[in-house]
Ligand binder design. Structure first.
Ligand code: ADP
Length: 483
């Protein structure tokens, strides 16, 4: 297996076109969460290496920003093709460091390629304006320019596609990048360096550093050459990065935590709701920021929903991601398992009923049983905390207003879902939910064509859609006088 993917599995960082180690020679071990075996190491870099990467990106920016949008689109299309030509190898590498089922990894890699292609196209449509002037002798032009060097910090749950959402628009806009992948899953990030080289991007346009999160993060946020920080990860770290980026007034885009509610009304198509519930909850073993964290089910349909969800979930095949037919892999590490156990213990102490799963899986390691908890109540920790694991707490409600109020009773505002057959209710609830993404009778809604992003403490800015490139552009107003 390793052999097939080894071309992409780089144990070095890409800085200014060279594959290098840390100055100190220090490394970090990368572990396969399914086997708990070390699959390799990556450099443990810090501030000095990051500074050099930023300087290389700044040097490259001077010529990259002058290339035509067509030329950048051409390279991005080649990058897209390179990803798709190697989809299987990239997906296997992803499974080995992240643990998700191979089918999900293939889909993620496909999604990465789709983002790149989308922004290859969008980069050619970065229009400015010519505005009617209030002065007879002057003209008003509004132009868009790339912001400059960007720093991208990404998480372990989607190690490939989270970088695609950042590198795609950044490169299309004419920015250059320094990326820091999560230490648990660095190879899918470093693979972007190999792919960018193969597609023919000039050296220094894409730089990738792995290592100390705080040191790399401090350099990226404090270095004045970096003009934008784009981050996907926890709300806690996002807030810290925003504070640090304030010192040099950088643009920031933040894709942070979620606490997605999933509302099922009495008038919903029950089978469709259950199908959507399984997809919105158990994908990536519940480790996505748009995974359902809280189910709210109306009392008339409650018992049947619980029963059908338990049944559907019982059919999920748990196993190593590379094993045929696996639908749920291991959790990323022991800390993740401990958090899930704590939340389940808290719920049962407060009257929650474990009706399926509830404990570590017989496979051992960080495998966990898909779990359903009935009789969930608002004083349980799920109400405020992200689970990031395969646990479905199911709350009961009576009225529509109550469900919307409970759904909104969180500091987060990323994704939400609801199921109803009533058109009026669909509009009322959609307008009442304070979330950036709303699935109505749909459990999986992310696509490159639509803007992804949260409200409240779930983040700032959008990724995907035509909106996604705006965050990488500065708007410049030019007044031409003396005509
Ligand atoms: P998670 O809980 O999902 O691991 P984190 O927010 O801790 O989320 O991590 C997301 C990304 O942020 C990872 O690449 C991680 O290494 C990085 N990170 C963690 N702490 C810091 C920090 N202090 N400064 C910059 N990046 C950080």
């Amino acid at each position: 297996m390793l052999k097939k993917t080894s071309h992409f599995m780089r144990e070095a960082n890409l800085i200014g076109g060279a594959w290098v180690g840390a100055d100190s020679g220090a490394t970090i071990e990368v572990v396969n969460p399914a086997t708990r075996q070390v699959i390799g190491t990556v450099p443990k870099c810090g501030r000095a290496e990051t500074r050099r990467a930023i300087e290389a990106a700044e040097t490259a920016f001077h010529s990259w920003k002058k290339t035509s949008a067509n030329e950048r689109a051409r390279l991005l299309r080649k990058l897209h093709d390179a990803i798709m030509d190697n989809q299987e190898a990239l997906a296997e590498l992803l499974v080995m460091e992240q643990g998700k089922p191979l089918a999900e990894a293939r889909a993620e890699v496909g999604m990465s390629a789709a983002y790149v292609l989308w922004y290859a196209e969008e980069g050619r449509r970065v229009y400015g304006d010519i505005v009617p002037s209030p002065w007879a002798d002057r003209r008003i032009l509004v132009t868009k320019e790339p912001v400059g060097v960007i720093g991208a910090i990404t998480p372990w749950n989607f190690p490939s596609s989270m970088l695609a959402r950042k590198l795609g628009p950044a490169l299309a806009a004419g920015c250059t990048a320094v990326a820091k992948p999560a230490s648990q899953t660095p190879y899918s990030g470093l693979a972007w360096g190999v792919l960018a080289e193969e597609a023919g991007f000039p050296e220094g346009v894409v730089n990738i550093v792995t290592g100390s999160a705080s040191e790399i993060g401090d350099e990226l946020t404090e270095n004045p050459l970096v003009r934008k920080i784009t981050f996907t990860g926890s709300t806690e770290i996002g807030k810290l990065l925003m504070q640090k980026a304030a010192g040099t007034v950088k643009k920031v885009s933040m894709e942070l935590g979620g606490n997605a509610p999933f509302l099922v009304f009495d008038d919903a198509d029950l089978d469709r709701a259950v199908q959507g519930a399984v997809a919105a909850k158990y994908r990536n073993s519940g480790q996505t920021c748009v995974c359902t964290n809280r189910f709210f089910v109306q009392e008339g349909i409650y018992d049947r929903f619980v029963e059908k969800l338990v049944e559907a979930m019982g059919r999920l095949k748990v196993g190593p991601g590379l094993e045929d037919g696996t639908q749920q892999g291991p959790l990323i590490d022991d800390k993740a398992v401990e958090k899930v156990e704590e939340l389940i213990a808290d719920a049962t102490a407060k009257g929650g009923r474990v009706v399926a799963g509830g404990k570590r899986h017989a496979l051992g390691g960080t495998f966990f049983e898909p779990t359903v908890i009935a009789d969930a109540a608002p004083d349980m920790r799920f109400m405020q905390e992200e689970i990031f694991g395969p646990v479905s707490p199911i709350f009961r409600f009576e009225h529509e207003e109550e469900a919307v109020r409970l759904a909104n009773d969180t500091a987060f505002g990323l994704a939400c879902y609801f199921y109803t057959g009533d058109l009026g209710r669909a509009f009322r609830v959609m307008e009442g939910l304070k979330y950036g993404l709303v699935g109505v009778n749909e459990g999986i809604i992310t696509t490159v064509e639509a803007p992804f992003g949260g409200l409240k403490e779930s983040g700032l800015g959008k990724e995907g859609g035509h909106q996604g490139i705006e965050d990488y552009l500065d708007t410049k107003y030019v007044c031409i006088g003396g005509l």
